[in-house]
Design a protein around this ligand. Sequence first.
Ligand code: PGA
Length: 252
Amino acid sequence: MRRKVIAGNWKMNNDLNGAINLISGIKQEVAVKKFDAKLIICPPFTSLETAHELLKGSNIGLGAQNMYFEESGAFTGEISASMLKSVGCEYVILGHSERRTIFGETDEIINKKIKKALLAGLKPIFCVGETLDEREAGAAFDVVKRQVKNGLVDVSADEMASVIIAYEPVWAIGTGKVATPAQAQEVHAFIRAELTSLFGEKVAEETVIQYGGSVKPENAGELLGQKDIDGALVGGACLKADSFIGIAVNAG
Ligand code: PGA
């Protein structure tokens, strides 16, 4: 049985004080609520080190929202995998649709980042998902297949034990428009079938595939009750401790 994993993608929200307050709120909620899901928080770079200190002794995982694939050097503004490791990160979100659309990241770039993260001992949360136009054109499955395949080029079956995949239909991100549980389940099953053909059945069965896109406590139960939906990557609703933990509680 795959354990549910709920990750909070804070995006570009919360300065250091805001981060301290949100983490303290999350810890208070965790102390009084009952749930089985694994929690991960992904604050902005500027709060990672403090977050790591504040999370010590808890079971909450820490992740970054991006990184560059080179080790070091003249890459102004970029952050390396080893820098993330050095401030206590265990996870890193890669290939988020905002990185793809706003910052022009291609499947090839994302693949380089995934390989570098794995080499450095970071666990990628690898995001895929189609846009509204692509869904309406009947291309959702082709797009997701291409993103999964190209993103995981030269990743080994063993390394897949450290990869989480997040299916995030772009039209559902930050829009309040959620995929129906059946729509999401259909793509999750398709991704798992794709993983079977790439890495074999064992890897496919063990890989955590999260859903992302307007997840909140009210819809988490039904979405995460689907056979192939193993957790959530949460944006808006992770910025308040009670709704973030409410998702974990309702995740089952
Ligand atoms: P949302 O964002 O929950 O605000 O839709 C999800 C994400 O972008 O990871």
